[in-house]
Structure formats: structure tokens, C-alpha cells
Write a protein that binds this ligand. Structure first.
Ligand code: SF4
Length: 184
């Protein structure tokens, strides 16, 4: 059996019904192609942290005037205001460590998600009005632990050239990890 590089993916992109409304976000055009190249490692931070399906949507509240990163950003339920920040940050740190140990070679993130978004995730003030954009809390932790990991959002992969570039970066990362393991 051919060995393929393990690549993480926001689980809803695989067509699994893990979204807050019980739906999914599979993109056949993109994933049917990438299925042949990667050994998917599905991750749904919101389900894994215990929010359940269906669940109340969460949002990111910009507590501090913090322009550098998302420290000072809190994850709360849109209606209840339930604070998920600490559970999500703790879970994300542990999950990211486990993924690094599993020699993950890349990650495909769902855009716009307060957990999984890679760029441009909406942050709001305490009144619910948009302030600026940031990164999802799980993604932030994963990138902090694996800063050299090849990452992409699903929308970018609609472009054939971008797909090829991502595949090349993942393969290069995989070779580096393999070489490191042999030298060790
Ligand atoms: S975007 Fe992330 S947290 Fe939201 S359903 Fe998909 S995998 Fe789960």
C-alpha cells in the first residue's frame, strides 16, 4: 500500500456533518483531487472540545485593543455568551502537540471559522459589531506549535496552480520529517 503524507483538515470539509447546524462544507471539486495525495487527519475543534451537534454558534470577541495577535480575544456563544475561551485554548494546545507528534505534514482549514479560520476571521466588540479580523483559536495554537507547517484555506485550493503548490510544500515537509527521523 502506498504511504501518503498525513494532512490535517477541518472535518466539515470532508463532508462530515459536524457543523453547528448539523451540516457540512464538502467541496467535491477540490477534495476529490486531493484525496489521492494525502492521508487525511480530520479535526473538528468545536466537537472535540465538547460543544456537541447541533450547537450554538460561537464568535470571537475582541476584548483588548490588541493589534498583534488574538491574545485578549475570547470565544463566546453568540446568544448565551457562554465563554469557551479557556477550554478551546487548552484543547487546542493538547491537540496540536498530538498532531505534531504524529508528524503532520500540512493542514487545510475552513475559512471564516472562529475555530479553524486561517485569515480574515471576524472579531467583534462586546456589542457584536465587527472590529477587525484575526485567526481562529485552534489555528492560532496549531501554528504557534508548528510554525513551518504548510497550511492553506479551502478556497485557495480551487485554483489548480495553488493546489499543486500546496501538494509540493506538503511533500517537501514530509521528506524533511522523514530525513530527520532517519538521522535521529
Ligand atoms: S469549521 Fe472547524 S470547528 Fe467549524 S465545523 Fe468545520 S471543523 Fe468544526
Amino acid at each position: 500500500m502506498t504511504r501518503l503524507p498525513p494532512v490535517g483538515i477541518s472535518q466539515c470539509l470532508l463532508g462530515e456533518t459536524v457543523r453547528y447546524d448539523g451540516g457540512h462544507k464538502r467541496d467535491e471539486n477540490v477534495l476529490a483531487f486531493l484525496d489521492d495525495h494525502f492521508d487525511w487527519v480530520p479535526v473538528c475543534p468545536e466537537v472535540e472540545v465538547g460543544m456537541g451537534i447541533p450547537r450554538e454558534p460561537v464568535q470571537l470577541i475582541d476584548e483588548a485593543d490588541n493589534v498583534a495577535q488574538t491574545e485578549g480575544v475570547r470565544m463566546v456563544g453568540e446568544r448565551s455568551g457562554r465563554d469557551w475561551t479557556d477550554p478551546m485554548r487548552n484543547y487546542s494546545a493538547q491537540r496540536a502537540d498530538a498532531l505534531a507528534t504524529g508528524r503532520l505534514c500540512g493542514f487545510v482549514f475552513k475559512s471564516g471559522s472562529p475555530s479553524c479560520g486561517l485569515t480574515g476571521v471576524e472579531l467583534r466588540d462586546s456589542q457584536g459589531d465587527p472590529t477587525r479580523t484575526g485567526v481562529g483559536l485552534f489555528t492560532e495554537e496549531l501554528r504557534r506549535r508548528m510554525p513551518n507547517l504548510p497550511v492553506v484555506e479551502e478556497g485557495e485550493l480551487a485554483d489548480a496552480a495553488a493546489r499543486e503548490r500546496f501538494i509540493s510544500r506538503v511533500r517537501a515537509h514530509w521528506r524533511l520529517l522523514d530525513r530527520g527521523a532517519k538521522e535521529w
